[in-house]
Design a protein around this ligand. Structure first.
Ligand code: IMP
Ligand code: MG
Length: 177
């Protein structure tokens, strides 16, 4: 199948969006310690850029987890398998889950329920992109940089068949028909 990638959000705009989220987090968590949880692999670039913009009066730890949904690879089923769990306990900690994109909400609603059972002091969700029109399961998105239409996007960590994660901007994959 042939396709092309059309720019949607420039590097400059992505970075502005990340700075705005960092500013909100700085206000909301002043004087506290926070634990950022990166959902691999898509959120890697976003989380590192976000973490660098959080001021030093907030002490930050970073942990990583990898999940995959059972069933077909294109439609997330809502049943999530943990491929890599966190290294550290989150009990009693202020946790922010950092995701690349919330689409149907299946992955995140499952993941957040699972993390809630570990009894963090607080649990919030931060996503670079949000596709609210695709939602089939309700999830509370606490921080987001961009709401986007129902298009398949790549770049800044997001992939198409594992490629294009390294693009420094967000692009739409347009399939030729
Ligand atoms: P959800 O469970 O449907 O919300 O799926 C979320 C996951 O699907 C995201 O974490 C991404 O890994 C992937 N995903 C959803 N939409 C896109 C997209 O437009 N481009 C790349 N990956 C996507
Ligand atoms: Mg993801």
């Amino acid at each position: 199948m042939s396709y092309k990638i059309l720019p949607l959000i420039s590097t400059e705009d992505v970075e502005k969006g990340i700075q705005q989220i960092a500013d909100k987090i700085a206000k909301d968590y002043r004087g506290k310690d926070i634990c950022l949880i990166c959902v691999l692999k898509g959120a890697v670039f976003f989380m590192t850029e976000l973490a660098k913009r959080i001021p030093e009066d907030i002490r930050v730890t970073m942990d990583f987890m990898s999940v995959s949904s059972y069933g077909s690879s294109t439609v997330s089923s809502g049943v999530v398998k943990i491929v890599k769990d966190l290294d550290e306990s989150i009990t009693g900690k202020h946790v922010i889950v950092v995701e690349d994109i919330v689409d149907t909400g299946n992955t995140l609603s499952y993941l957040l329920e699972m993390l809630k059972d570990r009894q963090p002091a607080s649990l919030r969700l931060c996503t670079l992109l949000d596709k609210p029109s695709r939602r089939t399961r309700e999830v509370q998105v606490d921080y987001t940089a961009f709401s986007i239409p129902d298009k398949f996007v790549v770049g800044y960590g997001l992939d198409y068949d594992q490629y294009y994660r390294n693009l420094p901007y967000i692009g739409v994959v347009e399939f030729d028909d």
